[in-house]
Design a protein around this ligand. Structure first.
Ligand SMILES: Cc1ncc(COP(=O)(O)O)c(C=O)c1O
Length: 443
């Protein structure tokens, strides 16, 4: 039996693909019904941080479902919600303490946009509503989040539906948008934020949103030192909130609980998703400072926002079990060592003429492909280089996460490697073997 469109009733995510049917997963591996084994080299979309098949998570879910499967967030709370918030609260960056639980990353971003707006209203700044974001960012696919997302190809069909949110260039040193080199550049890309704020009118801007390490659109781009603190200072100068989108980089993936901690910057709002539940249940969060929530309580009496599945008891039970497992196995500390090893080994791939850049932090890494290593000329998109690499690696038993179109809105090829944080060094060697085999086949 084959699975894929137009067979059956599923409106699949990819309409031209035959899908293997996965029967089970264990650790970093997935197994399909034909017995083929895949290394989940990207943990889905950098979601699966504690690996597949962890029995503790199943138990926590079953236990909570056995007690109560659902209560509405406006009517009740449960022990799982209270305990998870308590445990998560202990690891949050200083100043962030009030957690609003949701189901997905885009939902958390939408909540952040609204919280920033409501905070501006409550504090007597009613003209402020626009959120500034960066090109080549990814903040989600719902219309508010997509209005922030700087992935040109994803925005194009929906442009008439998007909100008027300004964008500025990312700190993409491999292809500096200003043609400069760090540190002589004096962080021109960071200073560009001030230009945008001034041009657009600071009195209209509620917040700036950014991924501390840029993920899905451009592939594990780490900002140069000093960049994030420059952004924070600029926000402060204009009374603008800073939203830290940690949906991909958070929960230990970068080698710290939250990527922003590498540069000791304090955001006003943070959004989390993906690794919170390790993929076992839809779960995300929008987290902010007490004084922001205090103001809402004092003025309107609450946050004018909500979803049926927010503050979900089972999601929170899963989140708590995942968090406990990360603590027990010391996965954040382990991620630093494994990340260094992975990056060192990935750099060997520069021997292939089409590998332009290898980058990342912790277990959030990417390989950018180019037609010419010296000039960094990208492959023409019509050649579908990334898709060919991803398909070949898949055939060879390795799952990678693709990204395209980030150089100029059309061209640009990369894959992300972001395995579960439980990965062992020997398993990184297995990934390398398949990558080398795949790249040789591409040569
Ligand atoms: C940084 C970032 N923000 C937001 C999102 C949106 O999350 P979701 O796909 O769960 O809606 C993603 C998803 O990849 C992401 O990487």
């Amino acid at each position: 039996m084959e699975y894929g469109y137009p067979k059956g009733h599923i409106f699949y995510r990819k309409l031209g693909r035959i899908y293997p049917l996965i029967t089970h997963g264990e650790g970093i591996y997935l197994y399909d019904e034909k017995g083929k084994r895949y290394i989940d080299g990207s943990g889905g979309a950098l979601v699966v941080n504690i690996g597949h098949g962890q029995k503790e998570i199943l138990q926590s879910m079953a236990d909570q479902m056995g007690k109560v499967g659902y209560v509405h967030g406006t009517q009740f709370t449960t022990q799982s919600i209270e305990e998870y918030a308590e445990a998560l609260g202990k690891i949050l960056p200083e100043g962030l303490e009030k957690i609003y639980f949701l189901s997905g990353g885009s939902e958390a971003v939408e909540a952040a946009i609204k919280l920033a707006r409501q905070y501006c209203l409550e504090s007597g700044q009613s003209q402020r509503w626009r959120v500034v974001a960066r090109w080549h960012s990814y903040h989600g696919n719902t219309l508010g989040a997509l209005s922030l997302t700087g992935r040109v190809g994803a925005r194009r069909p929906y442009l008439p539906l998007l909100m008027d949110f300004p964008h500025f260039p990312p700190p993409y040193c491999y292809r500096c948008p200003f043609g400069l080199t760090y540190p002589e550049c004096e962080l021109e890309c960071g200073r560009a934020l001030e230009n945008v704020i001034q041009l657009e009118g600071p009195e209209t801007i509620s917040a700036v949103i950014l991924e501390p390490i840029i993920g899905a659109t451009i592939g594990a781009v780490v900002p140069p030192d000093g960049y994030l603190s420059l952004i924070k200072k600029t926000c402060e100068r204009y009374g603008i909130l800073l939203i830290d989108d940690e949906v991909m980089a958070g929960m230990g993936r970068s080698g710290k609980w939250f990527a922003v901690e590498h540069w000791e910057v304090q955001p006003d709002i943070m959004v989390l998703g993906k690794g919170m539940s390790g993929g076992y249940f839809p779960l995300s969060a929008m987290i902010t400072k007490a004084d922001i929530v205090d103001l809402l309580k004092e003025r309107t009496g609450g946050f004018v926002h909500g979803h049926t599945f927010s503050h979900h008891p089972v999601a929170c039970a899963v989140g708590l079990a995942v968090l406990q497992l990360i603590h027990e196995k010391k996965l954040v500390e382990q991620c630093v060592r494994r990340g260094e090893y992975l990056l060192k080994r990935l750099k060997e791939l520069k021997a292939f003429p089409f590998v332009g850049d290898v980058r990342g932090k912790g277990l959030m890494t990417a390989i950018e492909f180019v037609k010419d290593q010296k000039t960094k000329e990208p492959f023409p998109r019509t050649g579908r280089f990334t898709e060919k690499v991803v398909d070949l690696a898949f055939e060879n038993g390795l799952v990678l996460y693709p990204g395209t179109g980030f150089v100029d809105g059309v061209n640009g090829d990369m894959v992300m490697v972001g395995p579960p944080l439980i990965i062992e060094e020997g398993q990184i060697d297995e990934i390398m073997e398949i990558l080398k085999k795949t790249f040789s086949q591409m040569s």
